[in-house]
Design a protein. Structure first.
Length: 245
């Protein structure tokens, strides 16, 4: 029967490494149920050594029932913790790193290999001896994408993840680049645009004799005195006429 994590794999995605938390993780998580079992067993043994009969006999029965209930609850708690642990899948594929947790309600988180910048591995002396550690996957922005605590075979997991990332980058470099656009041929090249004709040069202003200029200025002065032209217009026209001499 295929596991839930296998249904999340894309087409062409291959699992390179599959693991989960170290077996010590559920043992630590089940500490309270284990303590409950031990205490319940102690209470059960104590009740068996009590003298039967009277009030002590009634107390013995109560302690016996409490002991049995504690043992049952503790065993169920331990079983639930280890069931959750067995449902874990920490996977390295040729495209990403995938973490799946949960028994009935599944939670999955993944990190694409091309977006991973680095991975920080922390191992205590016990982690080095027993083969577990905490792995933080980092992006280019140096923010933690996901944390894998109590990761089993932590150094191997990190090494395989970086190997798959390197393989993916090499495959991307070997991909052929798109062809360059060819230069247009002479037949397909558009015809050059016709040159824009230069603007026609204005005809030179004809020169005037001194007598013509004087007569024209007299007429303009008369128009200025009668208010037909302004003094500014008179001065401008006077400068133009003097320039024709």
């Amino acid at each position: 029967m295929a596991r839930y994590a296998d249904t999340l794999l894309a087409e062409g995605e291959v699992v390179a490494l599959r693991t989960r938390q170290h077996w010590l993780a559920p043992v630590v998580a089940a500490a309270y149920p284990i303590i409950l079992i031990v205490v319940s067993l102690g209470v059960g043994v104590f009740s068996l050594n009590m003298t039967a009969g009277g009030a002590i006999g009634s107390l013995r029965s109560v302690l016996g029932y409490a002991s049995a209930a504690g043992i049952i609850i503790g065993v169920l708690g331990v079983g639930l913790v280890f069931w959750r642990w067995s449902a874990q899948d920490y996977i390295v594929t040729n495209h990403r790193v995938l973490k799946v947790e949960g028994i009935f309600n599944k939670h999955s988180a993944d990190s694409s290999l091309e977006k991973i910048n680095d991975a920080v591995l922390d191992q205590s002396i016990w982690g080095r001896m027993l083969g577990f550690g905490d792995l933080d996957i980092m992006t280019a922005s140096e923010e933690t994408v996901d944390r894998y605590k109590w990761l089993n075979r932590a150094p191997t997991f990190k090494k395989e993840m970086l190997n798959q990332k390197n393989n993916l980058e090499m495959d991307m470099r070997r991909m052929p680049s798109p062809p360059l656009r060819s230069a247009p041929s002479a037949e397909s090249a558009p015809a050059p645009a016709a040159p824009t004709p230069a603007p026609a040069t204005a005809a030179p202003t004809p020169a005037m004799s001194a007598e013509q200029v004087t007569a024209t200025l007299d007429r303009l002065a008369d128009l200025r005195d009668r208010g037909a032209v302004t003094p500014e217009e008179y001065e401008a026209k006077k400068a133009e006429l003097l320039g024709r001499l």
